[in-house]
Design a protein around this ligand. Sequence first.
Ligand code: V47
Length: 374
Amino acid sequence: MTPVFDDPRLLPIRNKVEAGERLNGDDGLTLYRTPDLLSVGWMANQVRERLHGNKTFFNVNRHINPTDVCVASCKLCAFGKKAKDPTAYAFSLEEIWERAGRGHAEGVTEFHIVGGLHPELSLEWYCDMLRGLKQRYPEVHLKAFTMVEIGYFAQRTKISHREVLERLRDAGMDSMPGGGAEIFAERVRRIICDHKLSGDQWIECARTAHKLGIHSNCTMLYGHIETEEDRMDHLLKLRGLQDETHGFQTFIPLAFHPDNTAMSHVGKTTGFNDIREIAVSRLMLDNIPHIKAYWVMMTPQIAQIALRFGADDLDGTVVEEKIYRDAGGATSGSLRRSELLRLIREAGREPLERDTLYHPVERKESENVFTVLV
Ligand code: V47
């Protein structure tokens, strides 16, 4: 059923979408400003179904955060702690491998590994961590380290981003998650994440990774002090890099969770805007294959609705999510595979378990035994 399109500003955009033409930044701002969310979502759903039909992807994964010690003091973050904080932690290599072993027993296909910028853990320590994981669990994909962590390893080791990436890749890093991008606009970055890589450096690091054949995801943190123009600029920069490298697999819009951060006065995002962000990103990022409704951040309820507004991926079972929990995220940090299947099926979509690189995964008899169909 076609919605009414009662905002006439959407009609030329609809014509472009139906013709498969690229939208420009002004179109994007209109999509952000119209109250006609149903029509925006309808267009995004057209694109989503053109790309993926009824399929909805998910994976069976486990998050591992080796440490929450972080030299940066980003106002947006509730996770990072100073080394002297008695509640801060840093797992030993044995503890990390043991935690990973629990995931392995649950049949995960991916370890998602990100952590704070620890001032004493060396690049070699992280390489040992990866080598140890690969040796013990060779069939599990290691999606590890944000561009921000790469920047920090490079700064500490006094080598280039390229060399850091090569060393981590050679130690077992298979691909990279999309975190740390936040909002590229420097005016905003100076306030919310002053000590991190600049927006240009994030892009440059992603370019280097992609040129080395390392795929990554990308994200945008919204719902804090950024403007609609900042968000559109961010999406267009990601789209520009993707035209060049084709290295991004998935875009994940991340709603800011203010609790326990230095920006706790900022109001939480609304379901309306969370859904809109999914739809606008699907329409603007015409060259990024997947849009993920990360259920941990959105809640399973809103993520399920997003599957009809442009999203084709829900992320995974996750287990032990810390970054959103620390920032007051209301969802449990873990969903069973059967719960993901139910969410997807109830939205009238066809669930497809994938590995990190979107190869289909087949599970036989026991849910914990899988085959990746390459
Ligand atoms: O890098 C930090 C953001 C990211 C807060 O690539 C916050 O598949 C909201 O990147 N409120 C980590 N957001 C999460 C992330 C991610 C998650 C799931 C899948 C993938 C993927 C990537 O979360 C951080 C930062 O951008 N973040 N603090 C906060 N208070």
